[in-house]
Design a protein around this ligand. Structure first.
Ligand SMILES: Cc1cc2nc3c(=O)[nH]c(=O)nc-3n(C[C@H](O)[C@H](O)[C@H](O)COP(=O)(O)OP(=O)(O)OC[C@H]3O[C@@H](n4cnc5c(N)ncnc54)[C@H](O)[C@@H]3O)c2cc1C
Length: 473
């Protein structure tokens, strides 16, 4: 769904034009819109406003770079490896449309060949054909439950209270799964949901499955699933390209610390680079980061509680080991490694599309790998050597980002929502507070938590802003 055509289709462009260009008496320094956050959501909103003819807006970004939870490690010679969000899959049409408009190509995730399982001293190589070998009977039960759980508002499910009382772990424990198979479930839930089954609410997990056409296989696998496709140039390229179009509207290294008068006509945003005043504010940041901003007057209790209780500091550490070439492919291996008991949760081939160099990325078990790059390289290459062969012992580069613990402007990888969260706080997720419009991927109707959800939330927020400016013009 292209933002501009969507806006045009609803006949809002002309309304927006008149609303935003009309001079307003005695308020020369007051912008129509301030957008907080230059991730995919905030930049999508900004791009839609721009294309609708609105020029009176600014994007305030805390970091000195755009892209938020998408970030490309520069590997040299124009090649990158993604440290944050990277894959897209079936049904993620909003981010695909955005990529098409920005002329960003895609390419398939590499999975041809055998995946290696490591458990203690044991090593087993199996061709999973782009899946994680999920038990279809259990997946079918999840799918049936997911059909009634609206992905963007799980608390509205008919049996929400009952489902939300359970963790995914509680539910799996009722399914008589053999201990060996349970290890696989634990790993895939952790990888797709950012939390162990015991930490994750069943209702939340079902809302994720609902996004994937209520088909668990479309969530957790590679082939025909959410990890199927990558962006040429890395996912951050989408934000970098949008930022180029919006250059004059971006204010970088400009964290918003406090927001006052959000309940009045003109809101003040207090940043490290001065005060910005605007008639509408789009909060395109994670709810846990909203909680770090000082709001005056206080936000309504329900919204404040949602922000305060939103899980933060969820580990999401991703490493990249760069080799001269993807040597594992010659041996019929796909570079994917699953290690029972860690420290590697899942290693995978993240080489660029031309495979001119080889890259093994890993999701790492929390606290299991030293932060010192030399020690981490030694530990990880020893594991890769067992799985893929001794060529793994001679990498050329190592990169590492731990999103969950040490990054000020990203407190968590994906939303690890616990039991009872949605039924207690969910209702406060969407309703605007005064002139504040809540955005960011967490507010998306489908694929919340994903890049696609961020783009969808960005389009929706632009429409909300244009509608409300038009209504008050
Ligand atoms: C390790 C990891 C792996 C992932 N894997 C995938 C994947 O494979 N596929 C997928 O679809 N998704 C994945 N995701 C999720 C995806 O990256 C996010 O859903 C998406 O990028 C979120 O976009 P956003 O614009 O909503 O938020 P963000 O990207 O978080 O953008 C918010 C921006 O706001 C800024 N900001 C925060 N606070 C302030 C403030 N007070 N003032 C000013 N600016 C502020 C931040 O610096 C940031 O730039 C992954 C995420 C991580 C971390």
């Amino acid at each position: 769904m292209a933002g501009a055509s969507m806006i045009g289709g609803l006949g809002l462009a002309a309304r927006a034009q008149s609303a935003v260009t009309k001079p307003r008496d005695g308020a020369a320094d007051v912008l129509d819109v301030a957008i907080v956050g230059a991730g995919l959501a905030g930049l999508t909103t900004a791009r839609d406003l721009n294309r609708a003819g609105c020029q009176s807006f600014v994007v305030l970004e805390a970091r000195d770079r755009v892209g938020g939870r998408t970030f490309n490690h520069d590997l040299g010679d124009g090649r990158v490896s993604e440290a944050g969000g990277q894959w897209i899959g079936p049904g993620q049409t909003a981010v695909v449309d955005l990529a098409r408009e920005l002329e960003v190509d895609t390419f398939p995730t590499y999975y041809a060949g055998k995946t290696v399982f490591l458990a203690g001293d044991a090593r087993l190589a199996v061709d999973l054909h782009g899946t994680f070998g999920t038990d279809e009977k259990i997946a079918a039960k999840l799918n049936a439950l997911a059909r009634d759980v609206p992905s963007g508002a799980p608390w509205l499910a008919p049996n929400a209270a009952e489902l939300d009382a359970l963790s995914v772990g509680d539910w799996l424990a009722q399914q008589a799964i053999a201990p060996a198979d349970r290890v696989g479930w634990d790993a895939t839930v952790l990888l797709s949901g950012g939390a162990t089954p015991a930490q994750m609410g069943l209702l939340h997990f079902l809302s994720m499955v609902n996004s994937a056409h209520s088909d668990y296989a479309q969530l957790d696998s590679i082939k025909d699933s959410a990890q199927e496709t990558r962006f040429v140039g890395g996912s951050q390229i989408l934000s970098i390209k949008m930022a180029k179009e919006l250059d004059a509207h971006l204010r970088m290294t400009c964290p918003v610390r406090a927001i006052t008068d959000w309940d009045g006509e003109v809101v003040s945003l207090h940043t490290d680079r001065g005060v910005v005043r605007a008639r509408r504010v789009v909060m395109a940041i994670h709810p846990a980061l909203c909680n770090r901003i000082d709001f005056s007057p206080n936000l309504p209790n329900e919204r404040a509680m949602l922000q305060r209780h939103w899980p933060a500091y969820t580990p999401g550490r991703k490493t990249a080991m760069v080799y001269a070439r993807p040597f594992w492919r010659d041996k019929g291996l796909n570079g994917h490694v699953l290690q029972a008991g860690g420290p590697v949760l899942w290693a995978y081939d993240n080489s660029p599309p031309d495979a001119a160099i080889g890259v093994i990325n890993s999701f790492i078990q929390n606290g299991a790998v030293p932060s010192d790059p030399e020690l981490a390289t030694r530990m990880l290459t020893a594991i890769y050597a067992r799985a893929l062969g001794d060529d793994a012992l001679t990498p050329q580069q190592y990169h590492d980002v731990d999103w969950g613990t040490c990054d000020t402007w990203t407190l968590t990888c994906v939303a690890a929502i616990p039991p009872r969260f949605w039924t207690t706080y969910g209702k406060a997720l969407h309703p605007p507070c005064g002139r504040l419009i809540w955005s960011g991927t967490e507010t998306a109707d489908i694929w919340a938590g994903y890049m696609d959800g961020a783009v969808r939330a960005g389009h929706r927020s632009a429409l909300q802003v244009l509608n409300s400016l038009g209504a008050h013009a």
